[in-house]
Design a binder for this molecule. Structure first.
Ligand SMILES: Nc1ncnc2c1ncn2[C@@H]1O[C@H](COP(=O)(O)OP(=O)(O)O)[C@@H](O)[C@H]1O
Ligand SMILES: [Mg+2]
Length: 344
């Protein structure tokens, strides 16, 4: 449903996103996880047609974002980091306004507005000024504007950031409830965010994709699992059996063949003495040990940079609001000049 191939984005000399590729299948909920500055927003703005990539291509539902921006926007609902809300408008009027910008036929607008008010449980605030809403409601109205044209794909940029714990739970529940009907890519820099919501996680750091896996597997790696590569010259079956003998070892996998030897990947519980024990085991068995390498460090580094404490994260966002991205880039050109904000 979403395809990104070799996308690079440079802002002047600064490379925000470097040769990233990934896919999101129809119906998936994928978490785009990475610390601040990793390149999440940049990628999402490219996907939604608001920013042209420097290199590479992206497509949504088979439409290239550069060549068919209108087709893409028709199929994507985008909730930017700071939703384009107009504080002086009433919620319902705002949604009508957005619907008109998105070229929904006039006679259909009231029905669509009612539907998204119901879908996002914002009916109770339909007559309130957007500026008077709580953050939780504001975010739900943001989701309502993303949903109003019935898009197949939702791109949600840090949808729960800045919310309090109760609001986070509500907005997460809402996102989960949208899962069946939509393909969803949501970004976050908060680790627990992906666990309950996403079927798969793509980890991005410093503009590069570092991993893509289920939250369970990533969490297992985080919770003290230890991965080692061992380049061993010895009879395969005997080597495997000997490595598996170690009590900390969970799994022994043939990683690759190298110069007629086998490089083994050993997954084990965290254990300070593991490397020494395995090296000893190999050598006392009379085999050659050509190399040993600990894996997963880069992932650990990234996890360290991620926030695991949600309320602290919410607080931090409150105190240091992200400045609106300085638009040094020309806007991705599209026919209408009507919507100043990122309203599609
Ligand atoms: N308009 C811009 N001009 C220059 N640099 C930018 C601009 N937008 C983002 N960047 C830089 O690109 C990198 C990625 O930013 P961003 O995509 O916003 O990351 P994230 O959303 O993961 O926090 C950061 O280093 C950021 O400072
Ligand atoms: Mg961002």
């Amino acid at each position: 449903m979403i395809q990104v191939e070799g996308v690079t984005k440079r802002y002047g000399p600064k490379t925000a996103v470097s040769n990233i590729s990934f896919e999101v299948e129809r119906g998936e909920i994928v978490g785009f996880l990475g610390p601040n500055g990793a390149g999440k927003t940049t990628t999402m703005r490219i996907l939604t047609g608001f920013l042209p990539p420097t290199l590479g291509t992206a497509s949504v539902a088979g439409f290239d974002v550069g060549k068919s921006p209108i087709e893409v926007k028709r199929r994507i609902g985008y909730l930017p980091e700071s939703p384009p809300l107009y504080p002086e408008m009433e919620v319902e009027d705002y949604l009508r306004f957005v619907a008109a910008i998105k070229r929904i036929p006039k006679k259909e607008i009231p029905r669509r507005v009612d539907a998204v008010l119901e879908r996002t449980a914002t009916g109770a605030v339909r007559d309130l000024l957007v500026g008077k809403l709580s953050k939780g409601y504001r975010q739900r109205v943001g989701l309502a504007q993303a949903l109003i044209h019935g898009p197949e794909v939702l791109v949600l940029d840090e949808p729960t950031s800045g919310l309090d714990p109760k609001q986070i739970i509500e907005v997460r529940g809402l996102i989960r409830s949208l899962a069946g009907e939509h393909t969803i890519l949501l970004s976050t820099h908060i680790l627990p965010e992906v666990a309950g919501t996403c079927g798969r996680v793509i980890i991005i750091n410093e503009g590069r994709i570092e991993a893509s896996d289920t939250p369970e597997n990533l969490t297992a790696q985080l919770q003290g699992a230890n991965s080692l590569l061992l380049d061993i010259d010895g009879p395969s079956e005997a080597v495997r059996e000997r490595l598996e003998l170690d009590l900390a070892v969970r799994k022994v996998i043939e990683h690759e063949a190298r110069n007629g030897r086998t490089v083994w990947r050993v997954e084990a519980d965290k254990d300070e003495n593991l490397t020494r024990r395995l090296a000893e085991a190999v050598v006392t068995s009379g085999w050659g040990l050509y190399g040993m390498q600990s894996l997963g460090l880069s992932l650990e580094d990234i996890f360290l940079k991620l926030t695991s404490d949600e309320s602290a994260a919410a607080q931090a966002e409150e105190e240091v609001p992200e400045p609106e991205a300085a638009e040094s880039d020309p806007p991705a050109d599209e026919g209408s000049g009507s919507g100043e904000g990122e309203d599609e």
